[in-house]
Design a protein around this ligand. Structure first.
Ligand code: PRX
Length: 627
């Protein structure tokens, strides 16, 4: 087997390098880490502040608190919308929306600002002000974006919950976040199927005392039958008197923008907290340099705004750069396997930011699909969420003409922005996410924090703070500290990797109990907790099993309660149970019923043993295993 370090280089076209915003990565990188404050300060000057920062970074190595743009006052929504309208771009398309059933709508910057301002007005009338919390449970539609921006405009804190999550999953997030307002829709659509969001939201919000109102954005023409505590958006729009645009509320460097729940090693998802100003700087700079956004571009990111990729690289990063963003509801193979290719042709998409699972699916569906469309508008490709294997890398590179820069971007919900990535001007190595973004000190180290040698496997860490770093875990500061104390003083990502001789990173996957299924992040403990709420299941263990298409699939091992032995539950029943508890993305693909689980003497499930057995690999050190 050839080692990834030996894989061929792709050298970008000299014309691309010449025109690039970063023609010389090595020089910029060296300067950026020699004086990170100067590097970030220069970029911050391209953004609008009511009061400019007095200090770029205030870093406390004891509490791991990184305060960026100290003393500044500003607003991210104002930077993403008002600034561009002010500069004469009111008629430029900001958002092109394509629905699952083929619907299309275009929002110019002027229209997006107007709608956001009205939505903010409505939220204000409903009592939402600076620091108040709003949960957004909407399908990928313009109002999902508008609701986020409206919260930001008010200095309120949004928490977007992916619309594929179940009532129980939404409920647990509502319980933790305690929002004042919930924004939802009557329904969403996926593969032509109606997804009843309002029903799910109703089931989830029962008993959430903090909620004062549920705003319902109608998707279907049929009249809404509302329950007490619910208001429809059109009714609110017609009631509220708008006296001109709502002025954006300036916020400080410590004011939160959003909380996004993500899976970790314990059963409960954690609320990752990001603040407005630092996050603004990080997403602005990375979107600018990595995707080289220009006014003529149409930028298509396949994520849902309900995930961090959508937050940073559908909504905030691109809009801060005055981009035209294509937002697409649905899947890449519906109504047919040409979905993305036809969107690229129709809307002259120039930047296509996709995921390994999407690319592998497209690869499986065959070359004739991309070959059937005019893809000549494309100029930059991107990938995120899981390792992009060289085969898939070569495939997408080839079917899009064999010349395009392909940005395999590594980052996380916690980092808020892309941390390790090629740039359009840097050489590419298939299978590698390239080198750290300027200003980011990423490394691969051993357990005590010492860098490992090139080619050796170690853990991915970040040595110094970065502007869009998360600031805490909502309601659980100890969990935040853990990220910095496991390898003392360094931010530990939970990923392993190796670097080659010239510092390119090859990501190898998670080393903790987090699995990545089609790029979605799930905790094994979360799946296990859901399984054991089934009346017939006594114990459960979940592992990620390598899968050619989805990266990993979920395999679970369950031990039945004695009373269920004579009448074990059907596998479909177990799948359905997890679907209801967590949502479709967490549904196990394989289920084994076993008599017992391998455990340590202290009672911890040894998932690595299950995984090794599953894959036919050596089981490793079993000295701690109970009999
Ligand atoms: O394991 C890494 C993987 O996704 C994890 C972060 O997941 P999440 O917070 O859901 O954010 C996903 C989108 C940013 C990481 O710890 N990951 C992300 N990008 C890559 C990746 N693994 C390999 N290569 C990537 N480019």
């Amino acid at each position: 087997m050839s080692s990834p370090e030996k894989s061929a280089f792709f050298i970008p076209d000299p014309a691309i390098i010449r025109k690039s915003r970063v023609p010389d990565y090595d020089r910029l990188y060296a300067a950026s880490v020699a004086d990170p404050s100067a590097f970030w300060e220069n970029l911050s000057k391209e953004l609008l502040f009511h009061t400019p920062p007095k200090k770029i970074l205030d870093w406390s190595p004891r509490s791991f608190e990184g305060r960026w743009l100290v003393g500044a006052m500003g607003n991210i929504c104002e930077n993403a919308l008002d600034r561009h309208v002010h500069d004469g771009f009111a008629n430029k398309a900001a958002l092109i929306w394509v629905g699952d059933r083929g619907e299309e709508d275009i929002y110019t910057y002027g229209r997006l600002l107007d709608q956001t301002s009205r939505f903010a007005h409505i939220l204000k009338e409903l009592g939402v002000g600076k620091g108040d919390r709003v949960t957004i449970y909407l399908p990928p539609t313009p109002f999902q974006v508008i609701a986020m921006l409206a919260c930001a405009r008010l200095g309120a804190v949004h928490s977007v919950v992916f619309s594929g999550f179940s009532a129980m999953a939404l409920k647990s997030r509502l319980e933790d976040f305690e929002p004042k307002v919930l924004v939802t829709a009557d329904c969403g659509f996926r593969r032509g199927k109606r997804i009843p969001l309002l029903e799910t939201a109703r089931a989830a919000r029962r008993g959430i005392a903090s909620l004062t109102c549920t705003v319902v954005v109608p998707r279907e023409a049929s009249p809404l039958l509302l329950e007490p505590g619910e208001r429809s958006l059109p009714d609110l729009m017609s009631e509220v008197r708008f006296s001109g645009p709502l002025t954006p509320v300036p916020v400080s460097c410590d004011d939160p923008l959003f909380v996004l729940y993500t899976s970790g090693t314990t059963g409960k998802p954690k609320g990752v907290v990001h603040v407005q100003l630092g996050y603004m700087l990080g997403t602005y700079a990375t979107a600018r340099y990595i995707f080289d956004l220009q006014d003529s571009d149409v930028y298509f990111c396949v994520a849902d705004p309900g995930w961090i990729t959508g937050h940073s690289y559908i909504v905030y990063g691109p809009l801060l750069n005055r981009a035209t963003v294509l937002l697409c509801e649905g899947t890449p193979d519906y109504p047919d396997a040409g979905r993305h290719w036809s969107l690229i042709e129709r809307h002259r998409v120039s930047i296509y930011y996709s995921t390994p699972t999407t690319i592998r699916l497209q690869m499986r569906l065959g070359d004739s699909w991309p070959a059937g469309y005019d893809l000549s508008s494309l100029r930059i490709l991107g990938s995120v969420g899981e390792p992009l294997n060289p085969e898939a890398w070569h495939w997408i590179h080839r079917v899009t003409g064999g010349k395009l820069p392909l940005m395999d971007t590594w980052w996380q919900t916690e980092t808020g922005m892309i941390m390790i990535t090629p740039l359009p001007s840097t050489p590419l190595k298939p299978g590698s996410a390239g080198r750290p973004f300027p200003g980011v000190e990423a490394d691969v180290v051993d357990h005590s924090g010492h860098p490992v040698r090139p080619g050796e496997t170690g853990m991915v860490v970040i040595r110094t703070p970065w502007p869009s770093m998360f600031r805490t875990v909502y309601g659980d500061p100890e969990r935040y500290r853990k990220y910095w104390t496991e390898i003392p003083g360094l931010y530990f990502s939970g990923d392993s990797a190796r670097k080659d001789d010239d510092g390119s990173f090859f990501l190898l996957g998670r080393v903790d109990d987090v699995i990545k299924v089609a790029g979605h992040r799930l905790g094994t403990a979360e799946i296990e907790s859901a399984l054991i709420t089934h009346p017939k299941i006594a114990e459960a263990a979940a592992i990620g099993k390598p899968d050619e298409l989805r990266g990993e699939i979920i395999k679970v091992f369950i031990v039945l309660r004695p009373h269920a032995l004579s009448e074990p539950p059907h596998r479909d029943e177990i799948k359905q149970h997890v679907r209801l508890e967590l949502g479709g993305i967490a549904e196990p693909h394989e289920i084994d019923i076993v008599l017992s689980l391998p455990k340590t003497r202290s009672g911890k499930i040894m998932r690595r043993v299950l995984k090794a057995r599953e894959m036919g690999l050596p089981e490793g050190d079993l000295s701690t295993m109970e009999d």
